[in-house]
Design a protein around this ligand. Sequence first.
Ligand code: ZN
Length: 165
Amino acid sequence: MRYEKDIVFYISNTIVEKIGTCIKLVSPNEASGFILGNIQEVNNDNGNFSYNYHSTSFHCIESSIGSTISFILDNDQKILELSEHLMKNENLKLIAILHSHPAGTTPSSTDKNNMKYYHNSGLKKFTHLIWIIVDSRNKEMNGFIYLNNKLTQIKLIISSNEYLR
Ligand SMILES: [Zn+2]
């Protein structure tokens, strides 16, 4: 898989804790949620750009549907409504959609199809969306983005300090 070191996603300890709580809450179903925050574009000396994603809040999705994953996959309209509501209240961007796997953090073929679908949906807010997959057992996580029509892994950094806006 391609790896893009110029896209860095910072996730704070507080959010990692909230994700853990979300996984417990929806168990035995798999968890899913939104991460809101800001994207900072950095112009490097060599003329290249790098992108820093700063996460400021996590919203656990409590779905009545058995599988939260199918909730995400079948409800792009619902995602838009929910994220718009959250953004209005917090004045932040939807920067990532997170879901858990029972084991491992590798995107499934369904995940890949959905990333591609959202990326090519023509909706601007999905173009730079990061997909985070968490292993339910050990809470390990990895981030992915659809970039130039290729599935790409990004750099995920868990930081102890909150990002100050
Ligand atoms: Zn998945």
